[in-house]
Every structure is written in structure tokens, then in C-alpha cells.
Design a protein around this ligand. Structure first.
Ligand SMILES: [Zn+2]
Length: 444
């Protein structure tokens, strides 16, 4: 029976409550931990086989030779596409993209992280919130649309992609290079990351990861005056970061509503530091004798640190880099023997989809209809796969919208609320109808 009214469609999705829970559980039960990138193929097959049964054309795309890809851990992505009824015409394609990888389990769990336990209206497990619940909601939303009998003029696509947690270069990044996230193939992208059922995430702050190395001169550790310690030089640099840069960053506020509000400023984290001897723990046994290898006495000739600089839309990547380089140059001028090298590791400029972009407006309208309250527009403190879609795919009409509480991501006892799964599926289905111009055919 063809759906004729909006309430009927919402009810149909409500009736799929058990289905969306079961799919979330099934996805959780495949432990796609990254790194190293376990069980990607099994997870892609689960999604691909299911969507194939609903009339989607399914492709499995391996990012062969890309970062992380190996025979034991192949980087396999799945892309499913169901053509619309106006083949070749201009009806827009709506794409739902979810990352299938999850982070390590960590400690502190009171439930089995890969059982998909359902309790008190929640599904528990690693990835439940970030973001297998969101993937399940988008799949069920698409299935409800197909079963509704409504004539969808444009294509719908669902992809499950890898490695978002480690930068997404072999997932969405790879697919972007192959043209999967560009016009004319795709017009609108919704990424069901756990931003909350009533919030539309327009983009994210920028990021610059860099490795700074200070150089010294090796000498015997008993005569350090004959050498020049790279560790000491690094200490001077870190001191400048703490006393000069960090207060400056604190004062730099953005007008963009980044959530949580603590991230509405520029930030710097020292991700790691390493100098002198190779990483090793030294200890004594009960008799006071050294265990394992022993250090040798040398003055450190190299010290490296990894900076994680997150910047706001009001700053440019160039100014962010220059600010650090100016501090290093200042040290080189004032501190005898100071020499340094900077290596770029990764950078992405802030991304923000305009608030009047079609996918933003359609999702906001759907939120208002389903939840009876106005949508909130936010931005994310960290980047996610939207960065590739904007930079490589050159597609601006992209948001993150999905069920779950962002703070629970990567935490022990991660969960997603079942009501939220259903509500977000309703919002996603409505957004597709709105974007494809089908909504007026439904009575209210
Ligand atoms: Zn995520």
C-alpha cells in the first residue's frame, strides 16, 4: 500500500523500531576496531547484502595500497545506490555516509562491548553511538522510503566507509578521489554522526598536525657540557607555547556555535614528545638489579613533539603555521645553538556548510516536523569525513546529523537511545523527500 500522508510515513518508521535496533546490534557485533582495522569486509558485506535485497546496486571498493591497507587488514568500503525514477534527469541524489570503524574498547566497561545489549531503551556497545546506530537509522529510513511506494525521483545512496577514526584517507578520502562524493553523481550528503536528534552540524574547526624537531649535538652523558641537548631546546620551545601561545589562543573566540562551548576558541594540544633514547621503560628487580635493557649515557641530539593545533574559522591555516614558526625563529635568534625542523603531518581548514544550503534547510524542517521543536545549528570541535567531501569532492551541501550523545563517543558503556534511533530515521526519511521534492505529494 502506498503511503499517502506524512503521519502514515512516520508511523511506518515507528513500526520499524525493532528493525533499527536489530541492525544496530548486528553492526556492533562485528568488532571493526581501528587501528588496526578489523573485520571491515564483514561489516561492509552485512550492509551491502541487506541493501542489495532492497534494490540497491552495491559496490565494494578497496583502497588498495592506501594508508593502513594490507592483505590482513584490507581497507574495504561499501557504496550502495538505488536509482530514482527520473533516470538521468536532474532530481538530486541524497547520500548517507557512515564510518564503520570504531575505536579501541579501553577499560571501565560494565557490559560486553560487542554484544549489542539492549537495556532500558538503549543499545549498548562500542560504536553504538559513534556511529553504528546512525548507520542503522539511515538504512532503515531508506528502506521505509522504498517500501512506502512513494515515487522517489532522485537516487539514494548509502555508504559504509573505513578509517574515519584515523583520518578517513582510505575511506571517504579514497572515494572522494574516485569521484563518489562529487556532482553530478551526488548532490546532498548526510553523515549520521552522533550530534543529537535536534541538531544539525554544519562543519568543524580546522586542524594542523605538525611534528617539531629540535636538534642538538651528541656527547657523553657524564660531560654534557661537550654536547648540546635537544631536549633542553625542546623545553624552551614548550615553555613558550605554554606561557605565550596558549593565553593568546584562549582569547581568540569564534562566532561559530561549536559544541561543546569550551571549543569555541583556538586550542593546542601536545600529542606527544620524544627525545634522546628510543622509547623504553627501565626498572630494577627486588634485588635492586636492572631489568632488561639499560640506557647509555648520551646527550640527546634530537627531540620531537607532535602538535595538535585546532583553529577557528576566523583564522587561516597560513597564520596558524606562521605563528608557531615565528616562535621557533625567535628562539633560533635568542637561544645559542637552537635549530629546528617542522614537518606537516596533516591539515584541514575549517569547514562550514552555509546555513541556507538545501540539505541544512530540509533537515531542519524535518526536525521541526518530527520533534516539534526548532533545530539547532552547531559545529564540531574535531574534524570528521566532511573534510574530504568539501576539499576533494568539492561538495558543499553536506552536514552531520544523527542519533546519540557526542560525549559518549569513545567512552566505556557507550550507548545510543532507541527513541533517538527511530526519531532520527524519521527525520532522515523526511529530509530525503523534501530534497527530492516529494513532500508536497503527502497530506499532513
Ligand atoms: Zn564518528
Amino acid at each position: 500500500m502506498t503511503i499517502a500522508s506524512l503521519p502514515q510515513l512516520l508511523e511506518r518508521i515507528q513500526d520499524k523500531r525493532d528493525e533499527v535496533v536489530a541492525l544496530t546490534q548486528a553492526l556492533i557485533q562485528i568488532p571493526t576496531i581501528n587501528p588496526p582495522g578489523d573485520a571491515y569486509e564483514a561489516c561492509c558485506r552485512l550492509l551491502g547484502e541487506r541493501l542489495k535485497g532492497k534494490g540497491f546496486a552495491v559496490e565494494y571498493i578497496r583502497a588498495k595500497g592506501a594508508p593502513g591497507d594490507s592483505e590482513s587488514h584490507p581497507r574495504i568500503n561499501v557504496v550502495a545506490r538505488r536509482e530514482g525514477q527520473s533516470l538521468g534527469a536532474s532530481a538530486p541524489c541524497v547520500h548517507f555516509n557512515g564510518h564503520i570503524d570504531v575505536v579501541e574498547v579501553g577499560s571501565g566497561w560494565t557490559v560486553d562491548p560487542f554484544a549489542g545489549l539492549v537495556r532500558d531503551g538503549k543499545v549498548y556497545g562500542r560504536g553504538s553511538c559513534d556511529m553504528k546506530g546512525g548507520i542503522a537509522a539511515s538504512v532503515v529510513a531508506c528502506e521505509a522510503l522504498i517500501e512506502s511506494g512513494l515515487p522517489l525521483p532522485g537516487a539514494i545512496e548509502v555508504s559504509g566507509t573505513v578509517d574515519e577514526e584515523s583520518g578517513g584517507f582510505s575511506g571517504v578520502g579514497h572515494l572522494c578521489r574516485l569521484g563518489y562524493f562529487s556532482k553530478p553523481r551526488v548532490d546532498h550528503v548526510i553523515i549520521p554522526e552522533p550530534l543529537g536528534v535536534d541538531r544539525v552540524c554544519l562543519g568543524h574547526r580546522g586542524v594542523w598536525w605538525a611534528e617539531v624537531e629540535t636538534h642538538g649535538r651528541i656527547a657523553h652523558g657524564s660531560m654534557p657540557f661537550l654536547g648540546d641537548s635537544a631536549v633542553s631546546h625542546m623545553v624552551a620551545f614548550l615553555h613558550l607555547l605554554d606561557t605565550e601561545l596558549k593565553p593568546r589562543l584562549l582569547a581568540r573566540r569564534t562566532a561559530i556555535p561549536v559544541e561543546p562551548p569550551g571549543a569555541r576558541q583556538s586550542t593546542l594540544n601536545i600529542n606527544g614528545i620524544h627525545g634522546g633514547h628510543p622509547e623504553q621503560r627501565y626498572a630494577l628487580n627486588a634485588l635492586g638489579e636492572p631489568i632488561g635493557d639499560l640506557p647509555t649515557p648520551v646527550v640527546a641530539h634530537s627531540c620531537r613533539t607532535v602538535l595538535d593545533r585546532r583553529f577557528i574559522a576566523e583564522e587561516s591555516l597560513e597564520s596558524v603555521k606562521q605563528e608557531i614558526i615565528d616562535m621557533l625563529d625567535e628562539l633560533a635568534r635568542t637561544r645559542p645553538g637552537f635549530a629546528y625542523t617542522v614537518r606537516d603531518i596533516m591539515s584541514f581548514v575549517p569547514s562550514a556548510t552555509p546555513q541556507d544550503a538545501p540539505v541544512v534547510l530540509a533537515t531542519a524542517r524535518a526536525i521541526a516536523r518530527v520533534l516539534g521543536r526548532e533545530a539547532r545549528f552547531i559545529a564540531s570541535p574535531g574534524t570528521y569525513d566532511q573534510k574530504h567531501i568539501q576539499r576533494t569532492g568539492q561538495l558543499r551541501d553536506c552536514i552531520a546529523y544523527g542519533p546519540g550523545i557526542l560525549d559518549l563517543a569513545h567512552q566505556p558503556d557507550e550507548f545510543v537511545g532507541i527513541d533517538e534511533l527511530v526519531q532520527s530515521a524519521q527525520v532522515m526519511a523526511l529530509a530525503v523527500l523534501d530534497l527530492q521534492g516529494v513532500l508536497p505529494q503527502l497530506s499532513r
